[in-house]
Design a protein around this ligand. Structure first.
Ligand code: ADP
Length: 496
């Protein structure tokens, strides 16, 4: 194929060569996918290629000799005037982004290159335009933007000098910076200062070995937001090459705070479960060993054992069996509560007499313990499930007995605050450290007191109390001081 440019020799081309070159140029123009047009100095179209007819939807007759303004969107007329000024000065207009209009009135985005054209004597006779329809490119960019903007993770694109060039909506949301505060800044802006050195060397290494990878899979990663707060993240890195062959790194950053909390919670639950299994095994084992031992004693030595001993052994068996039954009931109650199968029989009742009965019963089972009760004489009825409130109160009383020594008294007080009655159970026992208070009301939550032997229990009582109280519209909490005692308070709505 002959070159379109002048031959390498300085000989001027002959007519045949010029004709061949012109034919070749014409073929290139005619087969181009871009619209190619020329216009005279008055702005009338003087030639066009088939792509121009296809792109604009005008036939050759509708274009040739007509003003090129029929192809120009009215909104971009100013640009056209501006362009014409440049062309008149002999300047070329390159890769100009603008809008053109089709015959049917629809508009489309284009990149436009225009050059002045001259006759053989060097006089400017018009201009030539190359118009590339970039509808598809713009649609692809639009799709890319929608995907990036709607991504649930932060997406940050960084150039090879480590400068942020693109961020999405989620980046603004997670990091707290506005977009304009991040664009053009070094990516270290988003990295805690103690990790910046490691991070920079990691990025350099990544640019040198571009592969999709999870960043720092072997260590915990943290990001830093505008207010200086750090949060755990997972980062995936990949690279893209731009049209001008620059490498960009795409970092997809996921806020791992919730995930880390879930893992922490699962680990805590696992620890609690292990402790529960140990406690249950221990709690079940000792009463069962005791029941088994005294039952065998009676079977083997029935005749040789006097009646008083027999009764003592049977009482031990009965006490241990009750403990086992109570424990199994607690576990079943928790299972029913959690399965949502628990129902409440709500009605107005007299809380004063309920407390008095609970105190009498606890006192008769706790020989040598002293109980005090204070309540105003006229007291309103409360609204709740009497049996469940009884369960809460007796649980708190039995804990007070369990975790405080005789002869310290146990004090119960009633008062009205706003729309509720407050029931306070105070003991002067071992107390609970402030940092242990949040553990009290969670399932299997037990507290160890240094130097104090752990009382038998399963850590379900207060969890059940909290569920029962809150299900009836009340609250429960504890104030305590180690070595000085505890006050457990719960509320019940007043009946109106
Ligand atoms: P349990 O007593 O069966 O272990 P609870 O849920 O009733 O279960 O109590 C949870 C934990 O709270 C107990 O193991 C104990 O460590 C602590 N606790 C409860 N009541 C008191 C109290 N009055 N004084 C000190 N510690 C208490």
């Amino acid at each position: 194929m002959k070159e379109v440019t002048n031959s390498p020799t300085d000989e001027p081309p002959d007519d045949r060569e010029i004709a061949e070159q012109n034919a070749l140029l014409a073929a290139i123009v005619m087969s181009s996918d871009d619209a190619i047009l020329s216009e005279d100095l008055y702005g009338n179209i003087s030639s066009r290629n088939p792509a121009a007819e296809r792109i604009y939807g005008h036939s050759a007759e509708e274009m040739l000799g007509h003003p090129s303004s029929i192809l120009i969107h009215s909104g971009s007329a100013d640009h056209a005037t501006d362009i014409l000024g440049k062309l008149k000065n002999g300047q070329r207009v390159k890769q100009y982004e603008t809008t053109r209009v089709r015959k049917d009135g629809s508009t489309f985005p284009v990149t436009l290159t225009m050059s002045p054209i001259y006759d053989p004597t060097g006089i400017q006779i018009g201009s030539a335009s190359n118009i590339c329809d970039v509808t598809e490119r713009d649609e692809a960019v639009q799709k890319f933007r929608v995907i990036v903007e709607s991504a649930p993770d932060a997406i940050v694109i960084v150039n090879e000098t480590g400068v942020i060039t693109v961020v999405n909506f989620q980046t603004e949301k997670i990091f707290g910076y506005r977009r304009d505060e991040m664009l053009g800044q070094p990516v270290e802006l988003l990295v805690p200062s103690r990790f910046q050195a490691v991070f920079s060397s990691y990025m350099n290494h990544f640019f040198a070995n571009l592969t999709v990878r999870q960043m720092g899979a072997e260590r915990e990663l943290y990001a830093r937001c505008k207010d200086g707060r750090e949060f755990p993240v997972e980062i995936n890195l990949s690279s893209i090459k731009t049209a001008d062959t620059r490498q960009l790194v795409v970092a997809v950053i996921r806020d791992a705070t919730v995930q880390k909390q879930i893992v922490r919670r699962l680990l805590d639950l696992n620890e609690l479960r292990n402790e529960f299994v140990f406690t249950v095994a221990h709690d079940l084992r000792s009463p069962m060993i005791s029941i088994c031992g005294f039952a065998h004693e009676l079977i083997n030595d029935w005749d040789a054992t006097d009646d008083a001993k027999k009764i003592e052994y049977l009482q031990i068996i009965a006490r241990n069996t009750e403990h086992l039954v109570g424990f199994v009931e607690d576990v079943l109650q928790v299972a029913r509560i959690e399965a949502g199968e628990y129902t409440y029989d709500i009605h107005p009742f007299d809380i004063r007499s309920l407390v008095q009965r609970a105190l009498d019963e606890t006192a008769s089972a706790s020989v040598g313990r002293q109980f005090e009760f204070s309540a105003p004489r006229d007291f309103p009825a409360v609204l709740g499930d009497e049996d469940r409130q009884w369960q809460v109160l007796t649980n708190l009383l039995s804990n007070a007995v369990k975790y405080s020594p005789a002869p310290e008294p146990i004090v119960v007080g009633l008062s009205c605050i706003d729309d509720s009655v407050q029931v306070k159970v105070t003991d002067y026992g071992i107390g609970i450290a402030t940092e242990d208070l949040p553990k009290l009301f969670i399932k299997f939550g037990r507290v160890s007191n240094p130097g104090v032997l752990k009382a038998p229990g399963n850590g379900l009582g207060l969890y059940i109390c909290k569920t029962l109280v809150e299900s009836q519209g009340g609250r429960i909490w504890c104030e305590s001081s180690p070595g000085r005692g505890s006050t457990f308070t719960f509320t019940i709505p007043i009946a109106r």
